[in-house]
Design a protein around this ligand. Structure first.
Ligand code: CO
Ligand code: CO
Length: 347
């Protein structure tokens, strides 16, 4: 093994980190709009919903959930990167109110790189899958100059627990279960300028499963809609939820939990490319009433929290449950109102 192989940092091998590497939302919408997909009565949530996972009704009434997510390395420690990528992929099942059952590894890895790095990535992923209660059944590996990793995940739920992003209700309260700012902190980490506290909070948040938050949601009938906050940012995913539900979402900027140091870095312009793609696409659907930094609201998140739309009656009970169970900072960040001139209003 040459010294060269050992010295190259994982994040130096990729152009975009984590969910910031997503194709621009506008391009994706264009491509999908021209696609003729076969219809099937068992498909409850399909490709047309921009939802977190597909939902398919099985013969016994249970609902099969399927999703996949993978992205370029966003941490120099391969084990940590594996954990983050797996937690992020599993999250889409939790966002649908489901339980992950099986997972398959998706791997891109340079043929010339040290194979022990790949082993560590897979070990990180396997540990998160084990924590979720699911099992790894196999996978597929492709040679690629940029290391990428993720999972295809299958989960199960039932009609009573299925949560789509289209069912937010007027008068609901919005809860976010993790702080935002991971895109900014990952950019700062790549550039070697992230503070220790910021890095620790971001990595702790990205490696946390949304499992406990999902289990807490399952206890309250007043939970109407849910999505997880990933590459399209808090603003983008909130807009997708508002659009799907034909309502408006109001976010109280001062109530949004933000990772230590992220606001300051955003002020200095340390933001990933994906922020500008999100702003371009989602900006016209939003109105900012406060001088809150828009770069934070449109910061692409990796393995972000659940954005939960819950009735006012159940909001405090759910918050108590979340505060007791979660290691990440969470909070009530806004509410759902009748459709106004914009889908998203940030106060
Ligand atoms: Co999602
Ligand atoms: Co996803």
């Amino acid at each position: 093994m040459s010294d060269n192989k050992q010295k190259r940092r994982l994040t130096e091998m990729v152009r975009n980190c984590g969910c910031a590497a997503k194709l621009a939302p506008g391009i994706l919408a264009d491509v999908l709009s021209g696609l003729d997909v076969p219809r099937n009565d068992n498909v409850i949530v399909g490709i047309e919903n921009s939802d977190d996972a597909g939902a398919y009704r099985l013969d016994d009434g249970r609902i099969l959930l399927q999703t996949l997510d993978f992205f370029p390395a966003n941490n120099d420690d391969p084990y940590t990167f594996g954990q983050i990528a797996a937690a992020n992929a599993l999250s889409d099942i939790y966002a649908m109110g489901g339980t992950p059952v099986t997972a398959l590894n998706i791997v891109c890895f340079p043929g010339s790189a040290d194979i022990s790095i790949l082993r560590e990535i897979l070990r990180g992923g396997a540990d998160k899958v084990r924590e979720s209660g699911a099992v790894v059944m196999g996978g597929h590996t492709v040679e690629d100059p940029e290391p990428k990793y993720g999972l295809s995940v299958t989960g199960i739920t039932d009609a009573e627990h299925l949560l789509a992003n289209r069912n937010a209700a007027e008068g609901d309260v919005l809860i976010l279960t993790k702080p935002i700012g991971t895109g900014i902190i990952v950019s700062a980490l790549k550039g070697g300028i992230a503070g220790e506290g910021s890095a620790k909070e971001a990595v702790g948040s990205m490696t946390s499963l949304n499992k406990a938050a999902c289990e807490a949601m399952g206890k309250f009938r007043g939970v109407h809609g849910c999505t997880d906050v990933t590459g399209f940012s808090l603003g983008g995913h909130a807009i997708e939820m508002a659009k799907a539900s034909s309502l408006t979402i109001e976010i109280e900027s001062g109530s949004v939990p933000v990772i230590e140091g992220a606001a300051e870095l955003a002020e200095e312009g340390i933001v990933p490319q994906g922020t500008y793609r999100n702003k371009d696409f989602f900006g016209p659907d939003s109105r900012f009433a406060a001088d809150f930094n828009e770069d934070l609201i449109f910061d692409p998140q990796t393995s972000g929290g659940l954005l939960i739309s819950v009735s006012e009656e159940d909001a405090d009970g759910l918050m108590r449950e979340l505060k007791a169970e979660l290691s990440t900072r969470c909070g009530i960040i806004g509410r759902v109102t009748a459709k106004s001139d914009k889908y998203l209003i940030v106060k």
